[in-house]
Write a protein that binds this ligand. Structure first.
Ligand code: ZN
Ligand code: CU1
Length: 175
């Protein structure tokens, strides 16, 4: 009887070790920093504008070795920063607002979501802090509805690159 109990105890210990072993391996990638709340008066880390004074979704990035987030007036400036090769490889987490969770003019009240799994509407008719804006959404359905209401098309995170960003600003100059 004692022997059996020992076996059970040992098996229990062994699987516990397995579980915690797995967790330790994954912790580095799984535990994401909490998005910061951007206060009035805080300036964009790319262009220096007061972030909360402008409409449209904002963004923030966490880089390896830095505990504080870089903050941006717009998803556009956030991508302009994050897509530069010298920043790209150091970036661990990117947050953008879920546009559906607050009015366009009050996105500082919106919820932050992981940019890498977000849906983006480009080419729509609303302006962000820097003109044309990438409208970011948690749910694909919300992004589709936004594109129906405001024009533009729905794309994923990996479809956004330096070229598509600069195409957006050229479009804006011709309006
Ligand atoms: Zn900016
Ligand atoms: Cu700006």
């Amino acid at each position: 009887m004692k022997f059996i109990t020992n076996i059970i105890a040992l098996t229990g210990l062994f699987s516990l070790a397995l579980i915690s072993g797995c967790n330790q391996g994954e912790n580095k990638n799984v535990v994401a920093p909490e998005p910061v709340i951007i206060q009035n008066g805080e300036e964009c880390d790319l262009c220096g504008m007061y972030i909360n004074r402008f409409p449209g979704p904002k963004g923030q990035v966490f880089e390896r070795g830095l505990t504080s987030a870089k903050r941006f007036c717009s998803t556009r400036d956030m991508f302009a920063y994050a897509l530069q090769p010298e920043h790209q490889h150091r970036i661990e987490h990117i947050y953008v607002h879920d546009v559906a969770s607050a009015p366009w003019d009050e996105q500082e009240k919106a919820q932050y979501i992981d940019a890498k799994s977000a849906f983006f509407v480009v080419g729509h008719n609303l302006k962000g802090a820097m003109g044309p804006a990438l409208a970011s959404f948690l749910k694909q359905q919300d992004a589709k509805q936004f594109a129906i209401d405001h024009g533009g098309k729905v794309i994923g995170f990996t479809e956004i690159d330096i070229d598509s960003l600069s195409a957006m600003s050229h479009q804006a100059m011709h309006h």
